[in-house]
Design a protein around this ligand. Structure first.
Ligand SMILES: NC(=O)c1ccc[n+]([C@@H]2O[C@H](COP(=O)([O-])OP(=O)(O)OC[C@H]3O[C@@H](n4cnc5c(N)ncnc54)[C@H](OP(=O)(O)O)[C@@H]3O)[C@@H](O)[C@H]2O)c1
Length: 185
């Protein structure tokens, strides 16, 4: 039987502890995401990716990264001028010229979102939409629970829950009507 020197064991443990502490302190994302490593270009290139909330923040960064990996992008938010600004900054195989700007308001109801979905699907008729990233959100001001208003909560629900659900439903219905299938989760 192999017996490990206790001092060596202690040194290895201390080394591992310091190593993981360093990784934890310098991590730029959570460990689950980091373990996925870099996105693979072959999984993204030429795929149609629709990003909501792409006019600023995380959505804008996502648009930049996906464009650089060769995705065909559809970018959405309410403010068209901001979307156009983002489009001019995108660089990639299909960007900026191939990037489609699709302004929409996620709280605008089922009919309006169904029209937006039909438009999105028509941009790239050969493939339709391959991936949809529900990144847009209505951010309530950070307040104490005592100061949360009913109006603020309703606005959050309309965008973050109903908006995503209505566009998923419209996407699903569209694919089924076209004879295809869609997996929603
Ligand atoms: N930043 C963080 O630390 C953090 C942490 C955890 C999770 N998240 C989540 O990550 C996502 C992006 O965060 P972020 O910080 O980048 O957000 P953000 O800067 O506030 O951007 C929100 C985006 O959503 C769009 N949007 C808002 N209301 C909309 C509506 N009714 N219809 C369509 N688009 C709408 C905004 O554009 P318009 O105003 O032009 O519509 C904007 O493009 C959100 O879902 C957020 O909850 C963020």
């Amino acid at each position: 039987m192999i017996s490990l020197n206790p001092i060596l064991l202690l040194l290895i443990s201390v080394f591992l502890f310091i190593f993981f502490l360093f990784k934890f302190v310098t991590a730029y994302g959570d460990f689950t995401l980091m373990s996925k490593k870099q996105p693979k270009r072959e999984e993204i290139e030429d795929k149609v990716v629709w990003i909501t909330g792409a006019s600023r923040g995380i959505g804008e960064i996502l648009a930049k990264q996906l464009a650089s990996l060769g995705a065909k992008l559809i970018i959405s938010a309410r403010n068209e001028d901001d979307l156009i600004r983002v489009r001019t900054q995108l660089k990639g195989k299909h960007a900026p010229d191939g990037v489609k700007v699709l302004p929409l308001d996620l709280s605008s109801g089922e009919d309006s979102l169904r029209q937006a979905v039909e438009k999105a699907e028509s941009f790239f008729p050969d493939s339709g939409v391959d991936y949809m990233i529900h990144n847009a959100a209505h951010e309530r001001p950070k307040t104490s629970v005592l100061d949360v208003t009913e109006e603020g909560l309703k606005a959050t629900f309309d965008v973050n829950v109903l908006g995503d659900n209505n566009s998923d439903k419209a996407l699903g219905t569209f694919h089924v009507e076209e004879g295809g299938e869609v997996i929603l989760w």
